[in-house]
Design a protein around this ligand. Structure first.
Ligand SMILES: [Zn+2]
Length: 298
């Protein structure tokens, strides 16, 4: 365009035989015009760039704000209480969305799952003393699984804290299901390597309620950590399919001993370990001491 103009002017200058001075003045005027135009464009370009950068900064700030504020809402979808249920948020756990306790009444769906099974008709422990716990655990497949426990309210917070620490440490626990999924059959639950707490029952041949009957004991990885005792000179193993894991001097996976993390955590929370017993050994079993049970249930 400009080159054409300049050529035209040059031609005119030549054709019209204008003086050299006029030509020079006109050329300067054109060049100044071009230069002014270019500067104008550059100027507006700079201005536009400044505007975009300002906009980006604003957007970045907005992203930062988004990251800080709603993150708690997105990662912590807190459980919602259903009919006959109260979520207990008093536990000292970090992940309250996944590690929580529920107080429940006969109106709750939880009760329908345990009624006549672990919560037998002759159960003397009031329902209000029990808590349903939801936890996460790392299975033998290395993946995260949901876990369900019914226990006494007295140990609910301890169990939530212990299971959260076990989960964070990727401590492998194969199954944490309600014993009711095995029709409250302890042997079936143990044989399936299920970890559980509450199951109302009396200690054999007595009117004394067992610690599992109060929900004041917890069994972990039951198949690999059996209950071993001698009855009438004969070795009794519970579950019966755990014979390979009776010899504790052997090295095998999922073995609970005094170096084990579950052992350390339960002991730190005031539990006693069945593996320390003298007359029998219950390697899977952690319970509240007798003295505490006596103060809770006279
Ligand atoms: Zn037990």
């Amino acid at each position: 365009m400009f080159r054409q103009k300049i050529d035209n002017i040059k031609n005119r200058i030549l054709n019209w035989k204008y003086s050299r001075t006029v030509g020079v003045v006109m050329l300067i005027a054109i060049l100044v015009g071009i230069s002014f135009r270019v500067n104008m464009l550059r100027g507006s370009d700079v201005y536009a760039k400044a505007e975009i950068s300002e906009e980006l900064t604003e957007r970045k700030d907005a992203v930062k704000r988004d990251e800080v504020e709603p993150s708690d809402q997105t990662t912590q979808v807190l459980p919602v209480a259903k009919k006959g249920e109260t979520i207990m948020n008093t536990a000292d756990v970090k992940d309250k969305a996944n590690f929580y306790a529920v107080e429940f009444t006969e109106e709750s769906e939880i009760f329908t799952r345990i009624k006549g099974k672990s919560y037998k008709d002759n159960c003397t422990v009031p329902l209000s003393d029990l808590r349903y716990l939801h936890v996460l655990h790392v299975g033998f497949d290395g993946k995260t699984h949901d876990g369900e426990i019914i226990c006494n309210k007295y140990i609910a917070d301890d169990l939530l804290e212990i299971f959260e620490e076990l989960y964070e440490a990727k401590y492998p626990i194969e199954k944490i299901k309600l014993v009711d999924e095995y029709d409250a059959d302890d042997e079936a639950s143990m044989a399936d390597n299920n970890s559980s707490s509450f199951n109302f029952r009396y200690i054999s041949y007595t009117t004394k309620i067992s610690k599992h009957g109060y929900g004041l004991a917890m069994d972990i990885n039951t198949l690999y950590n059996p209950y071993v005792k001698t009855v009438n000179g004969k070795l009794s193993i519970e579950p019966a399919n755990a014979a390979d894991y009776v010899d504790r001097s052997k090295d095998f996976d999922y073995k609970i001993d005094e170096d084990d993390l579950a052992y350390k955590l339960f002991i730190a929370h005031g539990f006693e370990w069945g593996g320390s017993w003298k007359s029998s050994k219950d390697y899977q079993h952690f319970e509240v001491p007798d003295s505490v049970v006596k103060t809770l249930y006279k």
